[in-house]
Design a protein around this ligand. Sequence first.
Ligand code: SF4
Ligand code: SF4
Length: 283
Amino acid sequence: MNLDNHPCFNVRAHKKYGRVHLPVAPRCNIQCNFCNRKFDCVNESRPGVTSGLLTPFQAMAYLEEVFRQKQNISVVGIAGPGDPFANPEETMETLRRVRETYPEMILCIATNGLYLEPYVDELADLKVSHVTVTVNAVDPAIGSKIYSWVRYDKRVMRSEKGAEILLARQLSAIRKLKSRGITVKINSIIIPGINDDHIEAVAEKMAELDVDILNCVPYYPNKGSVFEDFEEPSKAMVKEIRDKAGKYVKQMRHCTRCRADAVGLLGETPSAGLMRKLQECGH
Ligand code: SF4
Ligand code: SF4
């Protein structure tokens, strides 16, 4: 397994190596105001396109076909369409199966981080080497404008209380990931008028935690979400924010806002054949 061949974490690998996402995680444990649950999680996906859903068993059949058709896949990731740890049984079972069958594959997870920490040891044991956590705010007052609720310990919490719990859980999960030697990427969605002035503070805090890379992702207007009328940030705004954040943490600038069922090189449109296979394997 060559960890440098991860196309999202290493810009030099992204034209050569691809990744496949297994859409095994439908439910979520928070509600982001930029998300419409009828579609994919936008933590790590382009909104507006529904995915097929797979059970862990179906995911293995689908993977077999993916590897038959594509020889350049270096990473298997789970990125939704909800949150991997709002579906921990499906997520962990899928990772175990993939690791057993494909010991050389890089394994990757993208999550909001709320319920990540209890699984970090098992992730490390399974050699999950790359984890992305979406952190949109490090101030609960700003977080309260981004999240309508957070469900933690069977309680639904709103406004600053919810944002505070989410942030605390994210920070301790990131610390634990780093203590287990896992490479950490942070995604921060740039939402104009809400957190565009705050991403630098996110970067500063993430640098303290020694994260490896920060991906400032421009918000993508998402029909049916609370923020549906918000404008997408301009290219100039995105560049300025990345430049400021780059003083603290290395920046990812080649993100293509992948779908939860993405397969192939970053930015590559999945082939109709593989999408059909996904539907056939799925439920
Ligand atoms: Fe939507 Fe993802 Fe946020 Fe959950 S974590 S509400 S699926 S964007
Ligand atoms: Fe991992 Fe995200 Fe890249 Fe998928 S798009 S492989 S989840 S970093």
